[in-house]
Design a protein around this ligand. Structure first.
Ligand code: ATP
Ligand code: MG
Length: 237
Protein backbone atom coordinates (compact mmCIF):
# COMPACT_ATOMS: atom_id res chain seq x y z
CA UNK A 1 0.00 0.00 0.00
CA UNK A 2 1.31 3.42 -0.98
CA UNK A 3 1.76 6.25 1.50
CA UNK A 4 -1.16 8.64 1.90
CA UNK A 5 -0.40 12.05 0.40
CA UNK A 6 -1.77 15.41 1.49
CA UNK A 7 -2.58 18.49 -0.56
CA UNK A 8 -2.24 21.78 1.28
CA UNK A 9 -5.11 24.23 0.83
CA UNK A 10 -2.60 27.07 0.90
CA UNK A 11 -4.15 28.43 4.11
CA UNK A 12 -3.12 27.78 7.70
CA UNK A 13 -6.67 27.65 9.01
CA UNK A 14 -7.98 25.04 6.57
CA UNK A 15 -4.76 23.02 6.71
CA UNK A 16 -5.19 22.83 10.47
CA UNK A 17 -8.80 21.75 10.01
CA UNK A 18 -7.69 19.02 7.57
CA UNK A 19 -4.69 18.03 9.69
CA UNK A 20 -2.23 19.00 6.97
CA UNK A 21 -4.34 18.92 3.84
CA UNK A 22 -6.72 16.95 1.66
CA UNK A 23 -5.77 13.26 1.77
CA UNK A 24 -5.23 10.84 -1.05
CA UNK A 25 -6.93 7.42 -0.99
CA UNK A 26 -10.02 9.14 0.36
CA UNK A 27 -13.12 10.98 -0.77
CA UNK A 28 -13.73 14.33 0.90
CA UNK A 29 -17.26 15.63 0.64
CA UNK A 30 -17.46 19.43 0.59
CA UNK A 31 -21.00 20.61 1.12
CA UNK A 32 -22.67 23.90 1.84
CA UNK A 33 -24.96 26.63 0.61
CA UNK A 34 -24.47 28.53 -2.67
CA UNK A 35 -21.59 30.98 -2.55
CA UNK A 36 -19.96 29.25 0.41
CA UNK A 37 -16.81 28.60 -1.63
CA UNK A 38 -17.03 24.96 -2.75
CA UNK A 39 -16.02 25.78 -6.32
CA UNK A 40 -13.39 28.30 -5.20
CA UNK A 41 -11.82 25.69 -2.92
CA UNK A 42 -11.78 23.25 -5.86
CA UNK A 43 -10.01 25.79 -8.07
CA UNK A 44 -7.46 26.50 -5.33
CA UNK A 45 -6.72 22.79 -4.91
CA UNK A 46 -6.28 22.47 -8.70
CA UNK A 47 -3.31 24.79 -8.31
CA UNK A 48 -1.98 23.62 -4.94
CA UNK A 49 -1.77 19.93 -5.96
CA UNK A 50 0.68 20.92 -8.69
CA UNK A 51 3.18 22.37 -6.23
CA UNK A 52 6.17 20.26 -5.22
CA UNK A 53 5.92 18.21 -2.03
CA UNK A 54 8.11 20.65 -0.08
CA UNK A 55 5.51 23.34 -0.78
CA UNK A 56 2.46 21.31 0.15
CA UNK A 57 1.56 19.81 -3.21
CA UNK A 58 1.96 16.39 -4.80
CA UNK A 59 3.45 17.55 -8.10
CA UNK A 60 0.31 16.12 -9.66
CA UNK A 61 -2.22 16.80 -12.38
CA UNK A 62 -5.97 17.25 -11.98
CA UNK A 63 -9.11 15.67 -13.39
CA UNK A 64 -11.96 18.16 -12.96
CA UNK A 65 -15.38 16.68 -13.65
CA UNK A 66 -17.44 19.80 -14.23
CA UNK A 67 -21.17 19.15 -14.08
CA UNK A 68 -22.44 22.71 -13.67
CA UNK A 69 -20.18 24.59 -16.11
CA UNK A 70 -18.50 26.43 -13.28
CA UNK A 71 -14.86 25.68 -14.12
CA UNK A 72 -13.18 29.02 -14.90
CA UNK A 73 -9.70 29.03 -16.46
CA UNK A 74 -9.27 32.69 -15.56
CA UNK A 75 -9.66 31.82 -11.88
CA UNK A 76 -6.86 29.26 -12.26
CA UNK A 77 -4.68 31.93 -13.86
CA UNK A 78 -5.26 34.30 -10.93
CA UNK A 79 -4.71 31.64 -8.30
CA UNK A 80 -1.59 30.26 -10.00
CA UNK A 81 -0.09 33.76 -10.11
CA UNK A 82 -0.90 34.28 -6.44
CA UNK A 83 0.75 30.96 -5.59
CA UNK A 84 3.85 31.65 -7.68
CA UNK A 85 3.17 29.12 -10.45
CA UNK A 86 3.20 29.61 -14.21
CA UNK A 87 -0.48 30.09 -15.20
CA UNK A 88 -0.28 28.40 -18.61
CA UNK A 89 1.60 25.35 -17.34
CA UNK A 90 -0.82 25.11 -14.45
CA UNK A 91 -3.83 25.14 -16.79
CA UNK A 92 -2.20 22.51 -18.99
CA UNK A 93 -2.18 20.02 -16.13
CA UNK A 94 -5.90 20.34 -15.44
CA UNK A 95 -8.01 17.94 -17.53
CA UNK A 96 -11.51 19.39 -17.54
CA UNK A 97 -14.26 16.94 -18.42
CA UNK A 98 -17.68 18.46 -18.81
CA UNK A 99 -20.41 16.01 -17.87
CA UNK A 100 -23.62 16.56 -19.79
CA UNK A 101 -25.81 14.18 -17.84
CA UNK A 102 -25.44 11.73 -14.97
CA UNK A 103 -24.69 8.77 -17.26
CA UNK A 104 -21.91 10.79 -18.88
CA UNK A 105 -20.60 11.73 -15.43
CA UNK A 106 -20.33 8.01 -14.61
CA UNK A 107 -18.72 7.23 -17.96
CA UNK A 108 -16.01 9.86 -17.49
CA UNK A 109 -14.99 8.22 -14.24
CA UNK A 110 -15.25 4.67 -15.60
CA UNK A 111 -12.86 5.57 -18.39
CA UNK A 112 -10.54 7.74 -16.32
CA UNK A 113 -7.80 5.14 -15.74
CA UNK A 114 -5.58 5.93 -18.74
CA UNK A 115 -6.10 9.69 -18.27
CA UNK A 116 -5.01 9.37 -14.65
CA UNK A 117 -1.88 7.43 -15.51
CA UNK A 118 -0.83 9.51 -18.51
CA UNK A 119 -1.25 12.82 -16.69
CA UNK A 120 -0.04 11.79 -13.22
CA UNK A 121 -3.40 12.86 -11.81
CA UNK A 122 -3.32 13.30 -8.03
CA UNK A 123 -6.66 15.06 -7.58
CA UNK A 124 -10.14 14.33 -8.94
CA UNK A 125 -12.82 16.92 -8.36
CA UNK A 126 -16.49 16.34 -9.01
CA UNK A 127 -18.23 19.71 -8.85
CA UNK A 128 -21.02 18.99 -8.19
CA UNK A 129 -21.33 15.27 -7.55
CA UNK A 130 -25.08 15.31 -7.08
CA UNK A 131 -26.50 18.11 -9.25
CA UNK A 132 -27.14 16.13 -12.42
CA UNK A 133 -28.64 13.19 -10.55
CA UNK A 134 -30.88 15.56 -8.69
CA UNK A 135 -32.16 17.33 -11.79
CA UNK A 136 -32.70 14.16 -13.83
CA UNK A 137 -34.47 12.03 -11.27
CA UNK A 138 -37.47 14.03 -10.24
CA UNK A 139 -40.55 12.63 -8.63
CA UNK A 140 -41.16 10.11 -5.93
CA UNK A 141 -41.03 7.03 -8.17
CA UNK A 142 -37.46 7.74 -9.30
CA UNK A 143 -35.88 8.36 -5.91
CA UNK A 144 -34.54 4.86 -5.31
CA UNK A 145 -33.07 4.70 -8.81
CA UNK A 146 -31.38 8.03 -8.29
CA UNK A 147 -29.89 6.93 -4.99
CA UNK A 148 -28.67 3.64 -6.48
CA UNK A 149 -26.98 5.38 -9.38
CA UNK A 150 -25.45 8.02 -7.14
CA UNK A 151 -24.25 5.30 -4.80
CA UNK A 152 -22.59 3.49 -7.67
CA UNK A 153 -20.88 6.68 -8.79
CA UNK A 154 -19.64 7.54 -5.29
CA UNK A 155 -18.22 4.06 -4.77
CA UNK A 156 -16.42 4.21 -8.09
CA UNK A 157 -14.95 7.53 -6.99
CA UNK A 158 -13.80 6.00 -3.74
CA UNK A 159 -12.25 2.98 -5.48
CA UNK A 160 -10.49 5.24 -7.97
CA UNK A 161 -9.02 7.31 -5.14
CA UNK A 162 -7.70 4.16 -3.45
CA UNK A 163 -6.45 2.41 -6.57
CA UNK A 164 -4.46 5.36 -7.88
CA UNK A 165 -3.54 7.03 -4.58
CA UNK A 166 -5.52 10.12 -5.51
CA UNK A 167 -7.40 12.70 -3.50
CA UNK A 168 -11.07 12.95 -4.50
CA UNK A 169 -13.40 15.83 -3.74
CA UNK A 170 -17.16 15.61 -4.20
CA UNK A 171 -19.08 18.86 -3.78
CA UNK A 172 -22.68 18.96 -2.73
CA UNK A 173 -25.17 21.71 -2.06
CA UNK A 174 -27.36 21.88 0.97
CA UNK A 175 -30.87 22.41 -0.08
CA UNK A 176 -31.98 25.99 -0.17
CA UNK A 177 -35.66 25.12 -0.40
CA UNK A 178 -37.58 22.35 1.30
CA UNK A 179 -37.35 19.20 -0.79
CA UNK A 180 -40.24 16.81 -0.67
CA UNK A 181 -37.90 13.84 -0.26
CA UNK A 182 -35.28 15.28 2.08
CA UNK A 183 -37.20 17.64 4.26
CA UNK A 184 -34.40 18.83 6.56
CA UNK A 185 -32.92 22.07 5.13
CA UNK A 186 -29.61 21.61 6.97
CA UNK A 187 -28.92 18.27 5.27
CA UNK A 188 -26.88 18.01 2.09
CA UNK A 189 -28.61 16.85 -1.05
CA UNK A 190 -28.24 13.15 -1.71
CA UNK A 191 -28.79 12.21 1.88
CA UNK A 192 -26.68 9.41 3.27
CA UNK A 193 -25.41 8.14 -0.06
CA UNK A 194 -22.66 10.72 -0.51
CA UNK A 195 -21.87 10.82 3.19
CA UNK A 196 -21.39 7.06 3.45
CA UNK A 197 -18.99 6.92 0.53
CA UNK A 198 -16.92 9.81 1.90
CA UNK A 199 -14.11 9.51 4.44
CA UNK A 200 -14.16 13.18 5.35
CA UNK A 201 -17.00 15.65 5.25
CA UNK A 202 -16.60 19.39 5.44
CA UNK A 203 -19.46 21.82 5.80
CA UNK A 204 -18.90 25.34 4.43
CA UNK A 205 -21.02 28.33 5.33
CA UNK A 206 -21.14 32.07 4.79
CA UNK A 207 -20.74 34.51 7.63
CA UNK A 208 -20.73 38.01 6.17
CA UNK A 209 -17.54 38.41 4.16
CA UNK A 210 -15.93 35.51 5.95
CA UNK A 211 -16.49 31.82 5.44
CA UNK A 212 -16.55 29.06 8.02
CA UNK A 213 -15.57 25.45 7.44
CA UNK A 214 -16.49 22.71 9.87
CA UNK A 215 -15.09 19.19 9.90
CA UNK A 216 -18.05 16.83 10.27
CA UNK A 217 -18.06 13.09 11.05
CA UNK A 218 -14.33 12.53 10.58
CA UNK A 219 -12.93 9.26 11.93
CA UNK A 220 -9.95 11.02 13.52
CA UNK A 221 -10.28 14.80 13.32
CA UNK A 222 -11.80 16.71 16.22
CA UNK A 223 -15.07 18.41 15.29
CA UNK A 224 -13.68 21.89 14.85
CA UNK A 225 -14.16 24.98 12.71
CA UNK A 226 -11.87 27.17 10.66
CA UNK A 227 -12.38 30.68 9.29
CA UNK A 228 -11.23 31.49 5.77
CA UNK A 229 -11.79 34.10 3.06
CA UNK A 230 -12.47 33.96 -0.67
CA UNK A 231 -10.06 36.17 -2.60
CA UNK A 232 -8.79 36.78 -6.11
CA UNK A 233 -5.92 34.42 -5.20
CA UNK A 234 -8.26 31.62 -4.04
CA UNK A 235 -9.10 30.57 -0.50
CA UNK A 236 -7.05 32.53 2.03
CA UNK A 237 -6.61 33.01 5.77
P1 ATP B 1 -22.70 26.95 -5.57
O1 ATP B 1 -23.43 26.09 -4.60
O2 ATP B 1 -23.58 28.00 -6.17
O3 ATP B 1 -21.94 26.19 -6.57
P2 ATP B 1 -20.16 27.51 -4.27
O4 ATP B 1 -20.11 27.04 -2.86
O5 ATP B 1 -19.48 26.70 -5.29
O6 ATP B 1 -21.68 27.83 -4.68
P3 ATP B 1 -18.30 29.50 -5.06
O7 ATP B 1 -18.64 29.66 -6.49
O8 ATP B 1 -17.10 28.71 -4.72
O9 ATP B 1 -19.57 28.99 -4.27
O10 ATP B 1 -18.12 30.92 -4.39
C1 ATP B 1 -18.61 32.09 -4.97
C2 ATP B 1 -18.07 33.24 -4.14
O11 ATP B 1 -16.64 33.25 -4.26
C3 ATP B 1 -18.52 34.58 -4.60
O12 ATP B 1 -19.75 34.92 -4.02
C4 ATP B 1 -17.40 35.46 -4.09
O13 ATP B 1 -17.62 35.74 -2.73
C5 ATP B 1 -16.18 34.57 -4.15
N1 ATP B 1 -15.33 34.84 -5.31
C6 ATP B 1 -15.42 34.31 -6.54
N2 ATP B 1 -14.49 34.81 -7.36
C7 ATP B 1 -13.79 35.68 -6.63
C8 ATP B 1 -12.70 36.56 -6.90
N3 ATP B 1 -12.14 36.61 -8.10
N4 ATP B 1 -12.25 37.34 -5.91
C9 ATP B 1 -12.81 37.29 -4.68
N5 ATP B 1 -13.85 36.51 -4.37
C10 ATP B 1 -14.33 35.71 -5.32
MG1 MG C 1 -20.08 25.86 -7.09
Amino acid sequence: RQDIGKISTGTNSLDTLFDGGIETQAVTEVYGEFGAGKTQLCHTLCVMVQKPKEEGGLDGGVLYIDTEHTFRPERIVSIAKAKGLDPEKTLDRIMVARAYNSAHQELILQEAGPVIEENKIKLILVDSAVGLFRSEFLGRGTLSVRQQRLNKFMHLLSRTAETYNIAAIATNQVQSSPDQFFGDPTKPVGGNVVAHASTYRVYLKKSGKKRIARMVDSPHHPEQEAIYMLTEGGVAD
